[in-house]
Design a binder for this molecule. Structure first.
Ligand SMILES: CC(C)(COP(=O)(O)OP(=O)(O)OC[C@H]1O[C@@H](n2cnc3c(N)ncnc32)[C@H](O)[C@@H]1OP(=O)(O)O)[C@@H](O)C(=O)NCCC(=O)NCCS
Length: 255
């Protein structure tokens, strides 16, 4: 471990946790950072064949931080484990860069065979508190796992998985984005898919109302050269908290 990666770790925690106010606070009060430092030492020992020493260091890390990272696991740069207590990362787990794990997350196995039996998390994955990601599955780049989800299947890049067993609720696979969204929540500046769908429906309803107005004008035999003699139906708009309902279409057809 070098000083540069230590600096990177601290900077990434500050950028991903609004509660982190200073470098000193991060160094002193973030068990995720402490666990990462101990893991790197343990992993180095593991790589040198000092497996028992690696396990002992890992155990010491668990006692002090509540976070268990097996020294055989592969962890990329700028892993942020927020809060941390109860996090378990198995021996054959692979974690990419800029991954965020909240407390209670398990990257666990589902079999006893000695090969690859733990998940792979690609870059930028966010795993919510209490989530369990089990088996030698891959969670694609930028995917988000909801709090308390149990993920047992492959997760495509950018997907959001929730529930038990986890199901996909939204797929968002855009290169270059998103940057980190604290707690895995949507960035309010990103386009909201529901709002876009509603806008599209409103546009279509508006076009239909125009067309109905034209047809009514034709039926009534009115001249509509300037469009002034047309009675255009208005769109029905319901405001929150008001019981407002305009029935201009039916009213106009009755006249
Ligand atoms: C999964 C998550 C990333 C989704 O955030 P989002 O993109 O803003 O999605 P929404 O809140 O719009 O939810 C989308 C749907 O998933 C459901 N959902 C969201 N989170 C869920 C969860 N953890 N478990 C089950 N369902 C969940 C919502 O009810 C909604 O369902 P609907 O479409 O039927 O109404 C977020 O809810 C989450 O769990 N983040 C982890 C936060 C966390 O662990 N914080 C710990 C801080 S200490």
């Amino acid at each position: 471990m070098d000083f540069k990666s230590f600096q990177e770790d601290i900077a990434s925690i500050r950028s991903r946790d609004p509660a982190a106010h200073s470098w000193l606070e991060v160094i002193l009060c973030y068990p995720g950072l402490h666990a990462l430092l101990i893991y790197r030492l343990a992993h180095w020992c593991w790589g040198k064949g000092l497996c028992l020493l690696g396990r002992v260091l890992s155990h010491i890390g668990k006692v002090f931080t509540g976070i268990e990272i097996h020294p055989g696991a592969t962890v990329g740069r700028r892993l942020f484990i927020d809060h941390g207590t109860g996090v378990v990362i198995g021996e054959t787990a692979i974690i990419g860069d800029d991954v965020t794990l909240y407390h209670g997350v398990t990257l666990g196995g589902t079999s006893l065979h000695k090969g690859k039996r733990h998940p792979t998390l690609e870059d930028g994955v966010i795993v919510g508190s209490g989530a369990q990601v089990l088996g030698p599955i891959t969670v694609g780049k930028g995917a988000r796992i909801g709090a308390n989800a149990v993920v047992l299947t492959e997760v495509p890049p950018g997907a959001t998985m929730v529930g038990i067993p986890a199901r996909m609720v939204l797929r968002k696979a855009k290169e270059g984005e998103p940057t980190f969204c604290a707690y895995g929540l949507e960035d309010e500046n990103l386009p909201d898919p529901v709002a876009r769908a509603v806008d599209s429906l409103r546009a279509q309803v508006g076009a239909l109302l125009e067309r109905v107005g034209d047809l009514e004008a034709e039926l009534e035999g009115t001249k509509s050269k300037n469009g002034t003699s047309r009675r255009k139906p208005r769109m029905i708009v319901a405001h929150q908290g008001e019981d407002e309902e305009e029935k201009s279409l039916s009213a106009s057809s009755q006249q």
